[in-house]
Write a protein that binds this ligand. Structure first.
Ligand code: ELE
Length: 215
């Protein structure tokens, strides 16, 4: 089965996906609302904190306009847990055969992580067209993606890792990039200080990137 369908639709709604780390579950809903107020709808809540599952649940219940997925999904068990939550999508930093086997039978669309041409070929072989490039800046960034486009023209990327607003612009101008991901939209200090206006403003300015780079 091709994995392009649901993910392609989700990612096309998001030139930028905030990679969110929730430490205090009470912040989940106000943070999601702040991002939505700035026009960012597709949210990735990483499973790096204990609060992650409850944060996803609360956003689903209280901010239904948000499209919430889970990030840092590393194992088949985590993918099952994410499916039980009915999260909209899952993101992994890499792609092991075990995780890809589990994803083949899972209702949750997976955005698998890739770093090299071989990684890209491995997920293309499994029917994926959309994948993450991680850690994007460290492994070659926009130059790497331009180089991959010639031999691997069907691959579409969501680069993540080390990206900020300025760098996001460069990525979004590439024809094989559908969106970019990163934590710069949800700075830890802004979350701790409940500075939701700052997060809305960051979301808003980031979305203007799409207007500068229509695809
Ligand atoms: O958690 C995952 O699934 C990951 O693959 C890693 C994240 O996407 C990056 O850690 C975000 O990178 P920064 O924007 O540099 O903070």
């Amino acid at each position: 089965m091709s994995k392009a369908g649901p993910l392609a639709t989700i990612l096309s709604q998001a030139p930028v996906i905030p990679v969110i780390q929730i430490e205090d579950v009470a912040n989940a809903v106000p943070l999601a609302r702040a991002l939505l107020a700035g026009g960012v709808r597709v949210l990735e809540v990483t499973l790096r904190t204990e609060a992650a599952f409850e944060a996803i649940r609360r956003i689903q219940a209280e901010v239904p306009e948000a499209i919430v997925g889970a990030g840092t999904v590393l194992t088949p068990d985590q993918l099952d847990a994410v499916a039980n939550l009915e999260a909209a999508f899952a993101v992994s930093p890499g792609a092991t055969p075990a995780l890809l086997d589990a994803a083949a039978g899972s209702p949750v669309p997976l955005l698998p992580g890739t770093t090299t041409a071989s990684d890209v070929m491995a997920v293309l072989e499994r029917g994926y067209t959309h994948m993450k490039l991680f850690p994007a800046e460290a492994v070659g960034g926009a130059a790497l993606l331009s180089s991959l486009a010639a031999p691997l023209p069907t691959a579409r990327f969501c680069p993540t890792g080390g990206i900020d607003q300025e760098k996001a612009k460069r990525y979004l101008a590439l024809p094989n990039v559908v969106c970019v991901g990163g934590s710069w939209l949800t700075p830890r200090d802004a979350i701790r200080q409940s500075d939701w206006n700052r997060i809305t403003e960051l979301a808003r300015t980031t979305l203007s990137l799409r207007e500068q780079n229509p695809q």
